[in-house]
Each structure stands twice: as C-alpha cells, then as structure tokens.
Design a binder for this molecule. Structure first.
Ligand code: ZN
Ligand code: ZN
Length: 287
C-alpha cells in the first residue's frame, strides 16, 4: 500500500493554496503514510468481527482487534511528538510523550471508539487540553481505521442508509455530490467510509424536507462547494462536487481543504455534533 494518487494531488493543491495549513498538513501526511503501512493491514487481517450485528450497527461494533502493545505505544508517542509541533496550544503534548504511566493502548482503543468520556479522562490525567487531545485521537485512530475499512469495507450492509458511517460509526465529515448525476455520498474522514443516504436527510437528526435542505453557498463557489445546514438540530455538513470518488485516504485531506466552509457554518451558529461513539465498542487486546 502507498498513499493514493488522489491524496497526493490533494496534498499538492493544499500546500499551494493554503500555506498556513502546512503544519497540520505535515502531521496529516505522516499519518496517511503510516496508514498505508502493511503492519496495520496485518492487524486488520487478524481482527474478528462480532458475529451477529443488528441492523444499523456499524461493521466494527464489538470487533476484537489484536494490537501489539509496543507497536501501539511507538505509534502513539511518535504521533504526539509530531502533533506537538502543530501549534503553541499543542506544545503540552511533549510532556505526555515521556509519561510512562500513559496507557497508549487504552488511548488508541478510546480513539477508535470515539469514546469522548474516556478521552477526557486521559486528557485530565496527562494534564492536556481535552480538545487538543481529541484532535490527536482522531489522527491516532486513522491508520488502524483506514486498514480496517480496506479489509471490511465489503462487509458493510449494501442497503445501509443511516446518517453515520457503516464501518466505524462516526458522523460523516463531508458529502460528495459525485459525477455528472451528482449522486450524494457521505464520507468519513476517519476510516474513509463511503455510503449513501437517499434523498436529502439530515445525517444527524434524520429530519427530511425543507428544514434539511437549506444550504450556505458562496457566490464564488456556487453549488460546487457548499454547506448543508439543518434548522432542526443546527448541524451542518460540508458538501463538495466531485468528478470521481475520493480514495479513502483522500477524505481527511478534503476535510482540511474545506476549513473555510467550517468557518462559514460556525459564523452562522451551526455546528458539527461531537464524534459519534461506536457501540458496542471495539476491543483492542494485546497481541
Ligand atoms: Zn468511518
Ligand atoms: Zn438535523
């Protein structure tokens, strides 16, 4: 595995158009290179899924994932060093790197499950800002989740039409309006998941009709880049026209490349819901 051609193109575009995103892009590029490493595919190959899943349950709910504790530790501490470089508010992460009491496997498990409560506990014990640690957690889980999506993507229910990711259970980060037919596909930046929700429906609260149809459009971008907003729950989702499907590792880059749309939405008092927890949680056990 290597980084996809699409992801490479996104990186070049981003660096040229938004040089201020360079520190984030540097960290994300390393994460995506790591995500292509065969070691993660080996973990995915040894992962067992929960046999019986009720409808609406993501593929990875209740999965048992064997992860070598030393391997997890090296990855998490390497990422912390990298993340500490991103900005002044992240410098505190350096202290966590040398903290021997830090249970990195438990952290990785909480990150995979988007378990906000456990991540807050970890942040408190490390004396790190919870939001900063949550951002690191999203990056930490990415290589494992991308490998699990490569392995188990085909196991997802083809009739899946929930608002959350069929693989990892998180909310979508972006919608694609794909191809000339503008087929609406929801995309997950964590695992690269790719699914459809027929019609226009708010992925977060499920409301349909005109309340979920409103969109913030800039004059310059028109329909090609917009923000879908929901007046029922005040959630928003960025929506971008694409000629072809984004590769799985391209989604987090597309998310970074559309930060301007997040700002537009936040200015109008819309917000993204908290990451959605995977239930029942996946278990990472030593291997
Ligand atoms: Zn996902
Ligand atoms: Zn809604």
């Amino acid at each position: 595995m290597t980084i996809s051609a699409g992801a490479r193109r996104q990186m070049d575009l981003l660096l040229a158009s938004q040089p201020e995103a360079a520190p984030w892009l540097g960290a994300l590029s390393t994460v995506l290179e790591e995500a292509a490493a065969p070691a993660w595919d080996a973990i995915a190959a040894a992962t067992t899924l929960q046999m019986e899943r009720s409808p609406g349950t993501p593929v990875l709910a209740g999965a048992r994932i064997p992860v070598n504790a030393r391997f997890a530790d090296q990855w998490v501490r390497r990422l912390l060093v990298l993340a500490a470089e991103i900005g002044p508010e992240a410098i505190v992460l350096r202290v966590a790197v040398g903290d021997n009491a830090f249970d990195t496997l438990a952290f990785l498990e909480a990150a995979v499950n988007a378990d906000g409560d456990r991540l807050e506990d970890v942040a408190r014990s490390l004396n790190v800002d919870a939001e900063v640690l949550a951002a690191v957690a999203a990056l930490a889980a990415m290589p494992l989740l991308q490998a699990l999506r490569r392995r188990f993507g085909p196991a997802a229910d083809p009739r899946w039409d929930e608002g959350y990711c069929a693989i990892c259970g998180d909310w979508p980060h972006l919608a694609e309006q794909r191809g000339l037919e503008r087929v609406r596909r929801l995309r997950c930046a964590r695992c690269g998941g790719d699914w459809t929700q027929p019609g226009i429906r708010c992925p977060y609260c499920g409301v349909t009709g005109h309340e979920a149809r409103a969109a913030l459009v800039s004059e310059q971008d028109g329909e090609a880049r917009k923000v879908e907003t929901c007046f029922a729950c005040r959630g928003y989702l960025k929506s971008v026209s694409t000629l072809r499907a984004w590769a799985g590792d391209e989604v987090p880059l597309a998310d970074l490349a559309t930060v301007d749309l997040d700002l537009v939405a936040l200015e109008r008092d819309f917000e993204r819901p908290e990451p959605r927890r995977l239930e029942p949680p996946a278990r990472l056990h030593g291997a």
